[in-house]
Design a protein around this ligand. Sequence first.
Ligand code: UD1
Length: 397
Amino acid sequence: MPAENDVTADRKAVHGRSALRVLSVVGARPQFVKLAPVSRELARRMREMECQVDDLIVHTGQHYDGTMSKIFFDELGIPTPVLNLGVGSGSHGDQTARMLAGLEESLVRLEPHVVVVYGDTNSTLSGALAAAKLHIPLVHVEAGLRSFNRRMPEEINRIVTDHLSDRLLAPTASAMSNLQREGLAERAFLTGDVMYDAVLHSGELARIRSSILELLSLRPGEYGVVTVHRAENTESGILMRLMEALERAAKRWGPLAFPLHPRTASVIRAVLPGWSPGPQLRIIEPLGYLDMLALTASSKWVLTDSGGLQKEAMFLGRPCVTLRNETEWTETVDAGANLLAGPDGARLDECLERWSALRGLGQYPAQAVESIFGDGRAAAKIVTAVLEEARHGSCGE
Ligand code: UD1
């Protein structure tokens, strides 16, 4: 990820006065995926002369390893951020506070007409707080998600961000209902899920370009994919039980490819020094978006604590087991595409038995995707809403 903390970040140097200044705050992996279709749509509207826009991206630096950040910008063709705050790791308070201070300064300098935040990370929360305090119109993409578990940092981030936002862009009908219940219906709009846009756009590219299956010597339909990174799952006792459950699953059901998140890697190093997994549990480096899509698309099943991957599994027609007790993507469970195994994988074997039996019967609810997540054109609706807010924000200039 290029760091751009130089004079190019000065507002006058990066845009002309008449353009609408749309500033996206991103910092963590899933936000790059959500930003890509939005940036692409902004570029399309500019090409077709529908409007003049400066697409300004500020990267908080929450994720900084090349495999967690730069590769996503490269593969997805996202414009280079005008600023990278280089905040890095820290406790929640420390990380959020440093982002807030850096973002406040950036917003004062860049004078955007609208700020757009994505998802539910600490970068989302900081962007929302900075914009709201400076009275800059704020749009939240992927609004209205609730796990109803306030022990998750992401749940706190979602609630605060939604209540601060001027426009709440919800991916699903159930997200809309959550917003309505909290008295936010007037500001809420159903756009569909922008991650579905991303999968439709990159799916074919992933199939052509990725050679991840050959690299890992895996055969289509004969392996599972695992990801684990959440605070709850990486608590040392839970993570040890989960790793045992994964090793048992790999032994019984076949190889599991496990791209390891740095948070999980560091807990494993601390609590299980010298541990080496059995041959069927294939621990690998974090993957870029195209390799991850290709790996998921050809897998037998997906075992994850990630919100994004639960949906991607369903978009790609792969059975999912969520390594949590609840999920904010309840519609994947209701549709019969997702089973909950608990954060330590206590019910993992049971879930895989169930999926195995259902696979035999050829049952998978693929047709439910578009009725739940929209038609894959969420970015167009998002950009229309963002530009409306930007026009409000530019009044009086
Ligand atoms: C964050 C988000 C989570 C999102 C996830 C995607 C919050 C509260 N959580 O979790 O919602 O699903 O990103 O990955 O914002 N680290 C590195 N290199 C990196 C990034 C992180 O080594 O490039 C390590 C650091 O030791 C850090 C730890 O991972 O302390 C956790 O990173 P952090 O940004 O706090 O949260 P994630 O677990 O990535």
